[in-house]
Design a protein around this ligand. Structure first.
Ligand SMILES: [Zn+2]
Ligand SMILES: [Zn+2]
Length: 283
């Protein structure tokens, strides 16, 4: 499937929060225009013949399904939103959708709105234009969501003319998944791998799991099962880059890396615990 021809548009001022482009036929990239570019997640919309799939949902400061509908990107077909993992930059908008899907390992945290496990960490400086005048980052929380579907490794998400296979790829977080379009050899990789350094120091990160995940990614390339990666942040990349990102992680994960990562995880966990504990006291 050819990828690349790009068209982007603002629908109207109310929905100018979102920016979008058509990546290829039936595949769209959406971004939150006013969220700090180094932090905002990619949102992917895949239109199927029977149903449409939204992969990751952004912060949720504006209604993504209402935007998609007003932009004519979704219509009468059923829509499901799946999160590649529950970190706040991916799962914050999930509560706007009627049907949500998440990997089993993170389902209970999502259902109880656990903002420690969602690693919720947003500052006023991250948002260039507030959604409402009264909006403050300190009050931002990921809302609890009851998933309509709980995913396991090997599950198929059937859109009619497209099938996506769920690949459980823990390491960045316990329930991280990639979605593999085998026919088109496309991998939606979430935060498992993007063109930047891999984050293995958040509360539910695990270095041993991440090494196994990187080996799995390299196997996908070795078997010529991926030609394009559509990641959770930044730009798309090819199989060669995927292989080098995965192999570099394994090559660099020595004792020194493990000690630094462990220290960072302790600091991040404490900071997240205090941030979320103080919010519970405030409200
Ligand atoms: Zn993440
Ligand atoms: Zn992310």
């Amino acid at each position: 499937m050819p990828l690349g021809s790009a068209v982007h548009a603002e629908v109207d001022s109310q929905w100018s929060w979102f920016w979008w482009e058509e990546v290829s036929d039936g595949l769209y990239l959406i971004r939150e225009r006013f969220f700090e570019p180094s932090k905002r997640a990619n949102i992917w919309l895949l239109q199927g013949s029977q149903r449409d799939l939204v992969i990751d949902t952004g912060l949720g400061l504006m209604s993504l399904p209402r935007f998609l509908s007003s932009a004519g990107l979704i219509g009468t077909k059923p829509v499901m939103a799946v999160v590649t993992h529950i970190h706040f930059d991916h799962s914050g908008g999930l509560h706007h959708f009627d049907r949500a899907a998440v990997h089993r390992a993170e389902a209970s945290a999502l259902m109880r709105g656990d903002n420690f496990e969602t690693a919720t960490w947003l500052s006023d400086w991250d948002i260039k234009r507030r959604p409402q005048r009264s909006w403050r980052a300190k009050n931002y929380r990921v809302k609890a969501v009851q998933p309509a579907r709980i995913l396991d490794d090997g599950d198929i998400i059937n859109l009619g003319n497209r099938q996506l296979t769920v690949l459980h790829m823990p390491g960045h977080s316990r329930g991280s998944i990639c979605l593999h379009d085998k026919e088109n050899r496309i991998l939606f990789s979430g935060d498992v791998v993007y063109d930047g350094s891999m984050i293995d120091w958040l509360p539910s990160s695990n270095i041993s799991d991440y090494i196994q995940t990187c080996k799995h990614l390299m196997t996908l390339v070795d078997n010529n099962l991926v030609i394009k990666v559509l990641p959770g942040h930044f730009d798309t990349f090819d199989a060669e880059r995927l292989y080098s990102l995965a192999s570099n992680y394994i090559a660099n994960v020595g004792v020194c890396h493990k000690i630094l990562s462990c220290a960072a995880r302790c600091i991040a966990s404490l900071a997240l615990w205090f941030k979320n504990y103080s919010k519970r006291v405030d409200h």
